[in-house]
Design a protein around this ligand. Structure first.
Ligand code: HEC
Ligand SMILES: [Cu+2]
Length: 334
């Protein structure tokens, strides 16, 4: 994967928001500086959205917004997003150690089509691109068709399963149920079905088995991963899927364009589906982590669900998936 490469990415924010430096920059010798304008996607997004750079050579970008405050973030890296202010250039210097395409994007919700604010920095050097290709995502390895409807609306639980209760009940659970490979490749409903067949759970009630299912999830994550998943979720997903995962985010229930006028389709004419409610048990308990990760990586392709494969590291996509289960399962007694 790209993470080793990106760990070595050198990033430097030179100038930010200073009138004087902006002036110096404008009248000074700006050869080699690439000026990048940011505007809401309806008004053009990044101009330019296609930048070229050389391995090992500093790339100086001068970022300025033509409308509201945007931000500049670099995918699959730990580069801290930089605000892009209206009328005031911010200069940043990026130096890349490895050739390849790098995605940059905006993290500020400037309008319903905000997530379309993406561009590419193509870095060339002596070595060819990606010597070792990353493994295909798990859903492809498992042959899961992520477009196949998986929901089952008869699946209604009286109470949210609790990992804490499950931890007591699950002590005799065969250990293969607790492995990461098992957790990621099975929907909670499949886990439930298979647990039901195990002799050691024969004394448990239906809802107690759900508690063990929640425990299987909790065994495969931890509070650091959940906190990272939550931070990404609130930044990149909540505007559509809702802060509480109910599918009713500010840009989800009613699509609005940047100037505030409602529109039912994306600005290029796609019809948009309602964002999934992660609180819906019939929707979620029938999806495996691999399926959810696949949707995140690939996106809905025309449904309104963006693709995030070029933005997140693999680890970040798993942390998001782990976090999505907090809308179904309780981890501890809170
Ligand atoms: C611009 C609005 C929008 C944003 C932003 C968005 N989504 Fe979605 N998402 C949708 C829509 C609409 C659907 C339903 C259509 C579909 O499944 O393709 C959906 C579906 C999904 C599904 C599929 C669930 C299933 O059962 O198949 C997952 C998982 C998901 N989103 C996760 C995320 C995550 C994680 C983020 C943030 C990184 C995110 N979404 C950001 C609109 C959005
Ligand atoms: Cu934006």
């Amino acid at each position: 994967m790209k993470k080793e490469i990106l760990a070595r990415l050198v990033v430097l924010v030179l100038v930010s928001g200073m009138g004087l430096s902006a002036l110096v920059f404008r009248i000074g010798d700006n050869s080699g500086i690439v000026e990048v304008h940011a505007a809401m996607p309806e008004k053009g997004g990044w101009l330019t959205d296609s930048i070229e750079a050389q391995v090992g050579e500093p790339l100086v970008l001068s970022l300025v917004s033509d409308d509201v405050v945007h931000s500049f973030a670099l995918g699959q890296s730990d580069f801290e997003p930089v605000d892009v202010l209206p009328g005031v250039p911010t200069e940043i210097t990026l130096t890349f150690d490895e050739p390849g395409p790098y995605t940059f994007y905006c993290t500020r919700w400037c309008g319903a089509d905000h997530w379309r604010m993406r561009g590419t920095i193509t870095v060339t050097g002596d070595e060819p691109f990606s010597k070792d290709l990353p493994d295909p995502p798990l859903y492809l390895q498992l042959g899961i068709d992520i477009d196949d409807p998986h929901e089952n609306h008869d699946l209604v639980l009286d109470e949210q399963p609790s990992a804490l209760r499950g931890s007591v009940l699950g002590l005799t659970t065969p250990s293969e149920f607790l492995t990461q490979a098992y957790y990621r490749s099975h929907s909670p409903h499949q886990v439930w079905d298979e647990l039901r067949k195990v002799p050691s759970t024969s004394e448990l009630s239906e809802s107690q088995i759900w508690d063990v299912v929640a425990w299987v999830w909790a065994q495969n994550t931890n509070s650091t991963k959940l906190a990272e998943g939550e931070a990404l979720y609130q930044r990149d997903c909540a505007a559509c899927h809702g802060v509480d995962g109910d599918g009713e985010g500010i840009f989800g229930a009613e699509e609005i364009s940047g100037d505030g006028t409602p529109h039912e389709a994306g600005f290029d004419g796609h019809t948009i589906e309602a964002p999934t409610s992660f609180q819906d048990a019939g929707q979620m308990l029938t999806a495996s982590p691999a399926l959810l990760q696949g949707k995140i990586i690939r996106g809905g392709m025309g449904t309104g669900m963006p693709s995030w494969g070029l933005i997140y590291t693999e680890e970040q996509t798993w942390n998001l998936v782990d976090y999505l289960w907090t809308f179904q399962f309780q981890k501890s007694q809170e």
